[in-house]
Design a protein around this ligand. Structure first.
Ligand code: FES
Ligand code: FE2
Length: 457
């Protein structure tokens, strides 16, 4: 008998009114071509990618909650650029290149900060108001030619649902057009009611896309994260691809089709029952019924806990709706928390990147909002655990990058469960018209094989 690959588990609940759409949007025919490895390792492609893609798209900058007062700012790095996001006296948020127009000094250090009213460059003391305009140039008479410009170089900036976004392109397409259709998808989660509980960055020795890819497919789950097969269904997922962005819906609270027999309720599912307020010792049904029971329990008791789940469908109470906001933000959305990964490119090296982890939790009562948030932490690769699952991914990625740099490797050979990676590359290609030379598979024997052949003929 053929091995069963998919379980009989309802994949997607009905959408609720005004809730996250659940329609299946298949990727269309993206073919089965190999994805050239040069996109991950070539310095030339890296430059083209910077000029044609990073400099055009909308990018996630920070949480709006981190810019509470006029003068609160966050300085975020992306590739070779550094950007200041700062709250104005008027309440709006503006974005500026973190560059002093005098001699190019960085105005502020990376991270969060506060300023009363002015940014003062540490090199020669040029001063800028919060809106970027000049305030004072010391000994201005030394510049008979006048000022070089009006002040700091401003960038498009948008605030939405607790997140602040910017673009390095002064003529970027409208934010809503760029994000479509995800605003409708995300708003039911109320990220604006969430607070940061973890803010960590680790430098990873791999291309930023190598990292994005690892969170765009569940094919690797069985081999890389074997412990998850007792907790989620890595095969029976709905994959949806939009213009630029994509998602998959991963059922949690079930066992993987990779498990043939489940003798008793596995510990992770017992934990899930307990978390929902159900006693695992009293569970007498089939394991496949746990997900639905948890959904029902959460739905019925949400009111008592003060949590309003009316915008969310039943599956959203248990499952991971995993989105990629092109090009570099992974949203693992859940009813009560969000696990967000930002994959940032290194300034110059295609074999390095920065992996940001932001954990956010929903706060039911506005009065219970914590007054502080955890400080940002930076870790060198391998110096700290980011948790078992991310550590497992983090172990693979530098090895994948090394393998891609090998003469023996030609490019990504993707299967159907990896189709989001293919869709991602199609979007990337819409931005980057590259003339890099793609490595062809060699017909002629090379190296050691060729030497042997010469010796024996
Ligand atoms: S570089 Fe900023 S004041 Fe000179
Ligand atoms: Fe993974």
């Amino acid at each position: 008998m053929a091995k069963k690959t998919y379980k009989d588990i309802p994949r997607v609940s009905e959408a609720v009114d005004g809730g996250t759409p659940v329609d299946h949007v298949p990727p269309g025919d993206l073919g089965y071509e190999r994805i050239p490895k040069e996109k991950y390792i070539s310095a030339e492609y890296y430059e083209q990618e910077w000029q044609q893609m990073w400099s055009k798209v909308w990018l996630l900058g920070c949480l709006e909650r981190d810019l509470e007062e006029a003068g609160s700012y966050v300085c975020t790095e992306i590739g070779r650029e550094s950007v200041i996001l700062v709250r104005q006296q008027s309440g709006e948020i503006k974005a500026f290149f973190n560059v002093c127009p005098h001699r190019g000094n960085r105005l502020v250090e990376s991270g969060m900060g506060e300023t009363e009213e002015l940014f003062t460059c540490g090199y020669h003391g040029w001063q800028y108001k919060l809106d970027g305009r000049f305030n004072r140039i010391p000994n201005a008479e030394l510049f008979p030619q006048g000022k070089p410009c009006d002040g700091l170089s401003e960038l498009p900036c948008e605030t939405w649902n607790n997140f602040v976004w910017f673009s390095l392109d002064k003529n970027a397409i409208p934010f809503d057009e760029y994000m479509a259709p995800l605003k409708k998808h995300f708003e039911p989660y109320h990220f604006d009611r969430m607070v940061m509980t973890r803010d960590v960055t680790m430098e990873w020795p791999c291309n930023w896309k190598t990292s994005v890819d690892a969170f765009n497919e569940t094919y690797h789950v069985a081999a890389t994260h074997p412990q998850l097969k007792w907790y989620l269904d890595d095969m029976d997922i709905q994959i949806d691809c939009y213009d630029r962005h994509s998602r998959y819906l991963v059922p949690f609270g079930v066992t993987s089709p990779h498990i043939d027999r489940v003798p008793e309720v596995p510990p992770p599912l017992k934990f899930m029952l307990t978390e929902a307020g159900l006693d695992p010792a009293e569970w007498s049904g089939h394991v496949d019924g746990i997900r639905e029971a948890v959904q029902k329990q959460l739905r019925e008791h949400a009111g008592a806990e003060g949590r309003d789940y009316s915008d969310l469908n039943d599956d959203q109470l248990t499952d991971d709706y995993n989105y990629l906001v092109f090009p570099n933000v992974t949203f693992n959305t859940h009813a009560d928390h969000l696990m967000l990964f930002r994959h940032r490119p290194h300034a110059t090296d295609p074999n390095k990147m920065y992996f940001d982890v932001w954990m956010l939790e929903y706060i039911v009562d506005e009065d219970e909002m914590p007054e502080y948030r955890p400080r940002h932490k930076f870790h060198e690769y391998g110096s700290k655990s980011l948790g078992m699952v991310i550590d497992q991914d983090g172990y693979n990625l530098p090895r994948v990058q090394q393998g891609m740099n090998s003469a023996a490797y030609d490019g990504l050979w993707l299967g159907d469960l990896e189709v989001r990676i293919r869709h991602f590359h199609k979007t990337l290609d819409d931005y980057v018209s590259s003339d890099i030379e793609v490595t062809e598979v060699e017909d002629e024997p090379t190296g050691f094989r060729s030497l042997i052949q010469k010796l024996v003929t």
